[in-house]
Design a binder for this molecule. Structure first.
Ligand SMILES: Cc1cc2nc3c(=O)[nH]c(=O)nc-3n(C[C@H](O)[C@H](O)[C@H](O)COP(=O)(O)OP(=O)(O)OC[C@H]3O[C@@H](n4cnc5c(N)ncnc54)[C@H](O)[C@@H]3O)c2cc1C
Length: 320
């Protein structure tokens, strides 16, 4: 059995959980049952949503002590859940929360953890999990060894949420109790850098601006293009390093990983560290004056030309 641990916050499912379900269904190949668990306090609605997937069961791990996320609480609950369900694989989306507690969980269980998986292949009849290494320069196929369960986190955007096979699954309560006294952390309200802190991983459309924009005052051009598309504004690293846009808008290996329906790269060359953060986007449009820029290798639509001519023309068309 393959167990997906979905993520919710205040009862709302993280969209990336669907991607983990899609990955699990692919791994199962219709041969192995898939179950989805969701942990928290008051998870009935999230569990009901997950029940629309073609899975064997949705398991609700509902405990008051899980109301506020803590690594101790989630490790405790997940360890009990895994002991109860005895899965072969445990899949999670590679979110900040997953990164926070799953390494501890793997250490607690003394089991292998393969992170940041971008594809699942078959190698000699065994599942191999592809993950980027060395800033995306290499992709390694990793086959877990040792006893089950193997823990796997899937990179955001690597699997398609809309590829999830739909169905009707029963919801069961796990009946797991969490010992609140064993939780050492007393979290304060989550840190928010900016008032309108943006979670680009949830954005449907993104316009990203790169060094081709040349000067801070020109960022307004990209901003107007983003507005015209109804998109979030993002950037390559030099733009954020220069302080022209906040760090939270950086896309790439040291920024956010995103998979919007539309990604418009404006004056971005397409360095590998940028590509690993956005190549899962459904439709990629690149505007660059250099026809040889690597961004065009992954772009669905390429506009070769000066962004200072093309962006205003696009804005004018979009406004029509
Ligand atoms: C450890 C490490 C981590 C990194 N992490 C990240 C990361 O998370 N995200 C990230 O983005 N980068 C990251 N980088 C940096 C990365 O290697 C590149 O340097 C960076 O992505 C380049 O940004 P850019 O494409 O905006 O700039 P450039 O590479 O300078 O490209 C600018 C592009 O604009 C085009 N251009 C110029 N003028 C115009 C014009 N008028 N009209 C149209 N096009 C024009 C040029 O042809 C060029 O292709 C990292 C690097 C390292 C070493």
């Amino acid at each position: 059995m393959i167990l997906v641990i979905a993520e919710q916050k205040d009862g709302r499912l993280n969209r990336a959980s669907w991607e983990a379900v899609a990955a699990a269904q692919q791994l199962a190949g219709g041969q192995v049952p898939v179950k989805v668990a969701v942990m928290g306090s008051g998870v009935a609605v999230a569990a009901g949503e997950l029940a629309q997937a073609a899975v064997a069961e949705v398991v609700a791990v509902d405990a008051e002590a899980l109301g506020t996320y803590t690594p101790d609480g989630f490790v405790q609950a997940a360890a009990a859940l895994i002991a109860q369900q005895a899965p072969q694989y445990v899949l999670l989306a590679h979110t900040y929360q997953t990164r926070d507690f799953v390494p501890t969980l793997a250490a607690r269980l003394d089991r292998a953890l393969i992170t940041d998986v971008i594809a699942i292949r078959q190698a000699d009849g065994q599942a191999a999990f592809a993950r980027p290494m060395f800033q995306g320069k290499l992709v390694a196929d990793v086959v877990p060894q040792g006893p089950a369960p193997h823990l796997v986190t899937v990179q955001i955007g690597a699997f398609r949420a809309d590829a999830v096979q739909k169905g009707q699954a029963p919801v069961a309560a796990a009946g797991i109790t969490v010992d609140a006294a064993a939780i050492r952390q007393r979290p304060e309200a989550p840190f928010q850098e900016a008032k309108q802190a943006v979670d680009l991983s949830q954005a449907e459309r993104i316009v990203a601006v790169g060094r081709g924009i040349k000067a801070q005052e020109n960022v307004a051009v990209a901003e107007q293009l983003a507005q015209a598309f109804g998109a979030e504004l993002a950037a390559s690293r030099p733009i954020c390093d220069n302080g022209w846009l906040p760090m939270e808008r950086q896309i790439g290996s040291s920024g956010q990983t995103v998979a919007p329906k539309l990604y418009v790269a404006v004056g971005i060359s397409g360095a590998i560290q940028h590509l690993v953060g956005m190549k899962g986007s459904r439709t990629i449009v690149a505007i660059n004056k250099d026809a040889e820029a690597p961004i065009f290798e992954i772009a669905d639509y390429g506009l070769v030309g000066d962004l200072f001519e093309l962006a205003p023309a696009l804005i004018a068309e979009l406004k029509k």
